[in-house]
Design a protein. Structure first.
Length: 127
């Protein structure tokens, strides 16, 4: 996890933002995200994370929705072995990457997701 933050995340942020202080990163409270090592990397890299984000919160995490869509699309092909699974996983990932309307929708519905979670007081929502 620390290497991902140091290498991939900081590089991505530098490409998207002039200053890391503009970015607010969301990670749930999964133990691998909250370890002392990860907290030290966050401090050393001067990153800003949303505190107290609920653990296991798929309603607030657009990526969870993306994984579910990807999994469903891959399994529509009924792969019979690992080679077929790998093949269809790659094909469907490329299809998702090309589906900019879906990706935009997942991002643009974030406010609605937050409001729905508030309304249900943290219980499940339609998302």
């Amino acid at each position: 996890m620390c290497e991902i933050i140091k290498n991939s995340l900081t590089l991505s942020l530098s490409l998207m933002y002039d200053n890391n202080e503009e970015a607010l990163i969301i990670m749930d409270n999964d133990p691998k995200h909250t370890s002392v090592k990860v907290k030290n990397v966050i401090i050393n890299e001067k990153l800003h994370f949303l505190p107290n984000y609920p653990a296991n919160s798929p309603d607030l995490n657009s990526l969870e929705n993306l994984w579910e869509i990807w999994d469903r699309e891959v399994h529509k092909h009924h792969p019979k072995n690992l080679d077929e699974l790998d093949y269809w996983a790659r094909i469907e990932w490329d299809n998702l990457r090309a589906n900019t309307k879906l990706l935009e929708k997942l991002v643009l519905t974030y406010e609605n997701r937050c409001n729905a979670v508030i309304k249900t007081k943290g219980q499940g929502t339609k998302y």
